[in-house]
Design a protein around this ligand. Structure first.
Ligand SMILES: Nc1ncnc2c1ncn2[C@@H]1O[C@H](COP(=O)(O)OP(=O)(O)OP(=O)(O)O)[C@@H](O)[C@H]1O
Length: 235
C-alpha cells in the first residue's frame, strides 16, 4: 500500500471530528471519500497533510509513519495537498505561485522539467504564466492550485473538493484532469460532495458520515447500494 491510515481520531479542542478512520490507497490509485457537508472530509485530508495532528491512530506513507510529521515536511514523503478553496497567493503571478510548490530541495532541482509537465497538462497556465493569479477564473485558479501541488512531484495528491464553486462544464474538465494526472502515475485521494463524479473517477471509495467511515467498496457497488442511492442520489 502507498498510504495506510489506521484508527485515526481527530478533534478540534474538545469537539471530536473524526473517529476511528481507517483507509488505504494503493500506488497509482484514485480513492474517493464522499459524504455530506461537515462529515469530516476536510479534517481527514488535512490530518494526512500534516495540517492537523491526530489524537490517536497512525498514517503510514510507503511504510514510514507520518502521523505527526508537520505539514511543511509531509511533502518530503511524496504527499502534496490541493486545499479547499485553493489558497493561492492572489496578488502573485501564476508562475510565482507554481514555483512556490517546488520549494522542497528534491523538487527544486527538477523544477524546470516539472514546470514543462504542468504547462503540458494545463496549456492555459503556460500562456498566462505572467498573469496575476487572483484575476483568473475559478477553474483556472483551481488549475494553478493543482499545478502548484504537482510542482512538489508528489506520488500522492490530496484534493479537497476540487469541484467546489465551479460551473458544471468546468467540473467535467476538472475530473478529466484528475484522470490525466492519475494516468501519469500519481495516486489521488479525493474528498468530494459531488458523489457521482467522485465515484466515476475512483478505483475505490469510502463514505463518511458524522466523523465515521460508514461503508467502503468498489464505486459500482456503492452506486448500486440502495441506502447510498437514497441518501446521496435521491433515487
Ligand atoms: N477549525 C475548526 N474548529 C472547530 N470545528 C471544526 C473546525 N473545522 C471543522 N470543524 C468541525 O468538524 C466537523 C467536520 O468538518 P470538516 O470540515 O472536516 O467536514 P467536511 O466533510 O470537509 O465538510 P465541508 O464539505 O463543509 O468542508 C464539522 O462538525 C465541523 O463543524
Amino acid at each position: 500500500m502507498l498510504l495506510e491510515v489506521s484508527n485515526l481520531d481527530v478533534a478540534y479542542g474538545d469537539a471530536p471530528a473524526l473517529w476511528d478512520a481507517t483507509l488505504a490507497i494503493g500506488a497509482g490509485q484514485v480513492v474517493s471519500v464522499v459524504g455530506p457537508n461537515g462529515a469530516g472530509k476536510s479534517t481527514l485530508i488535512n490530518t494526512i497533510a500534516g495540517v492537523l495532528r491526530p489524537l490517536r491512530g497512525q498514517i503510514r506513507m510507503e511504510g514510514a509513519d507520518v502521523s505527526r510529521v508537520p505539514g511543511h515536511r509531509v511533502c518530503d514523503h511524496g504527499i502534496a495537498l490541493v486545499p479547499e478553496g485553493r489558497r493561492l497567493f492572489g496578488h502573485m503571478s501564476v508562475l510565482d505561485n507554481l514555483e512556490l510548490g517546488a520549494y522542497r530541495p528534491g523538487a527544486r532541482t527538477e523544477a524546470a522539467a516539472t514546470l514543462r509537465h504542468v504547462f503540458e497538462l494545463f496549456p492555459i497556465l503556460g500562456e498566462r504564466r505572467q498573469q496575476i493569479a487572483g484575476t483568473m477564473s475559478g477553474g483556472q485558479q483551481q488549475m494553478v492550485a493543482i499545478g502548484r501541488a504537482l510542482m512538489a512531484r508528489p506520488r500522492l495528491l490530496l484534493m479537497d473538493e476540487p469541484s467546489l464553486g465551479l460551473s458544471p462544464a468546468v467540473v467535467d474538465d476538472m475530473f478529466q484532469i484528475i484522470r490525466t494526472i492519475n494516468q501519469s502515475g500519481v495516486a489521488v485521494l479525493l474528498v468530494e460532495q459531488n458523489i457521482n463524479q467522485a465515484l466515476a473517477v475512483a478505483h475505490h471509495a469510502y463514505v463518511i458520515e458524522q466523523g465515521r467511515i460508514v461503508t467502503s467498496g468498489q464505486p459500482d457497488a456503492l452506486l448500486n447500494n440502495p441506502r447510498i442511492r437514497e441518501a446521496y442520489l435521491g433515487i
